[in-house]
Write a protein that binds this ligand. Structure first.
Ligand code: KG4
Ligand code: ZN
Length: 340
């Protein structure tokens, strides 16, 4: 018998709902929030208000696109953390009320686990090859940068992470310095395609082990641009493509450098990239080259599953549903990453 899982995601600035039939995505509706673009980052209070406005139409559309009735749902999975508290409360309260009314299991999902497990969700027409356990997963998003050894769906070993900014934050901050809108990652990615990645050099941190750091890179980028603007006030406009390509190159180099270190320590054959920054075309290409060179199999999520979306919440919920892991109506959202 097929299981229909509704996933609800509201941890940051995207309100999303998705219906899965087992691991097949029947719908994945994402309402972004344009309101933050002029602030150069997410404004938490504005995010919660936008979630309130979006949540009912988004869930309604997800059910309609999936062509199923709410009474056919087997369970409701929702993001319980980490994220912004006000944003999480909107999704979690809605999920609890809906599960209670429909008398179906409520399943809490960790946002970071969901990014990792997104690779197991399939579009109806495309079945990508699946990684075999154990695999290495690099999650690079706006809030997190972490390398995990994934032994099983819910057995993930933390190998290393960032000691300051996340990779996505580095993209967003660089974009802000260049006067580009938030989120800056996709804009830099696009501009970088026509730029020279070796035109400008920025500081890359060399920490021991599998730790990452991006704050030095951000500062070196900020000072460089500031100094150049003193000489030429049109410096950014005249060099925008090369600046984007060079800062993107520096971020990718530091991620690739640590991946090589991880390959020396762990012989997992399968490698997964996850999180919003895994949409970056330069990073995807660099990871393809690296994994070819080291004879590893790279698994990349489809682009719509890289940034925040509810299909990844639903697929994570599905695997918990199979294990009968239900949540209590009194589960409270959490804001910081938990050990997963
Ligand atoms: O996973 P995500 O949607 O949210 C978090 O859980 O943080 O990631 C959002 C981050 C933002 O920092 C955004 O700039 C970055 O992912 N991002 C990209 C690209 N698309 C999204 N960064 C670089 N290149 C992209 N194409
Ligand atoms: Zn995320």
């Amino acid at each position: 018998m097929p299981h229909y899982i509704l996933g609800i995601e509201s941890s940051c600035d995207d309100t999303s709902a998705s219906v899965l039939c087992d691991t097949t995505i029947l719908s994945n509706v994402i309402a972004g929030q344009k309101v933050h673009s002029e602030y150069g980052g997410v404004v938490p209070e504005l995010a919660s208000r936008a979630h309130q406005q979006n949540i009912i139409p988004v869930i309604d559309t997800a059910l309609k696109r999936a062509k199923i009735n709410k009474n056919q749902l087997s369970a409701i999975a929702y993001t319980n953390g980490p994220g912004l508290l006000g944003s999480l409360l909107v999704g979690s309260s809605f999920a609890k009320a809906m599960a209670y009314c429909l008398n179906v299991p409520l399943i809490e999902v960790d946002h970071l686990q969901a990014h990792v497990l997104a690779i197991f969700a399939d579009k109806p027409d495309t079945q990508l090859s699946k990684p075999q356990f154990p695999f290495l997963c690099l999650t690079v998003s706006g809030g997190h940068t972490q390398l995990l050894k994934v032994n099983d769906y819910f057995d993930m070993e933390f190998l290393g992470g960032t000691i300051d900014d996340a990779a996505g934050e580095a993209f967003d901050k660089a974009a802000k310095i260049l006067g580009l809108p938030y989120p800056g990652g996709p804009v830099i990615d696009k501009l970088a395609k026509e730029g020279d990645p070796n035109k400008f050099k920025f500081a890359i941190a060399h920490l021991t082990g599998l730790q990452y750091s991006f704050s030095g890179l951000k500062t070196s980028f900020l000072y460089f641009v500031r100094d150049q603007l003193k000489e030429n006030e049109c410096f950014i406009e005249e060099n925008i493509h090369d600046l984007a390509a060079s800062v993107q190159h520096a971020i990718i180099l530091s991620l690739i450098h640590k991946m090589k270190e991880a390959f020396k320590l762990y012989d997992c054959k399968d490698i997964v990239l996850a999180g919003g920054v895994s949409a970056n075309s330069g990073l995807r290409n660099a990871m393809r080259e690296l994994t070819d060179q080291y004879h590893r199999n790279l698994h990349l999520p489809s682009l719509e599953l890289t940034t925040d979306n509810a299909a990844m919440i639903a697929v994570c919920g599905y695997f918990k549903y199979l294990k009968n892991e239900h949540s209590s109506i009194s589960a409270t959202p959490y804001t910081s990453a938990r050990n997963i």
